[in-house]
Design a binder for this molecule. Structure first.
Ligand SMILES: [Zn+2]
Length: 109
């Protein structure tokens, strides 16, 4: 079953996206992490799949300046570093949530 977000918020105070999925689970993904996973052709080589974007190129205070839905399958994010070509499918976002869950739950509150 394809999961879709039930709620999606950008929390600027803590620099995370908070996403609640249709299975009821809520995750927080840091802005910088999502930016570093951008799948667009400027960030990832289209043929080799090699990552062009280096994490150290991303400013620490990176944040989304504009969020919009691309159809009903993805989120389009415009970033404060003016990068605007990244489209994050629900599948990719949910994959990031699952992958980083351990890191996030172990963080002190
Ligand atoms: Zn990109």
């Amino acid at each position: 079953m394809q999961l879709t977000p039930q709620a999606l918020r950008a929390l600027k105070d803590t620099s995370v996206f908070e996403i609640t999925w249709t299975d009821g689970k809520t995750f927080q993904l840091p802005f910088k992490l999502v930016r570093s996973e951008c799948p667009c052709a400027e960030c990832v080589h289209e043929i080799t799949g090699e990552r062009i974007l280096q994490p150290e190129w991303i400013p620490d205070d990176i944040r989304p300046t504009e969020l919009s839905y691309a159809g009903n399958y993805a989120l389009r994010i415009v970033w404060s570093d003016r990068h605007a070509s990244g489209i994050f499918t629900w599948e990719r976002l949910h994959g990031l949530c699952s992958h980083y869950q351990a890191v996030l739950v172990s963080q002190p509150i």
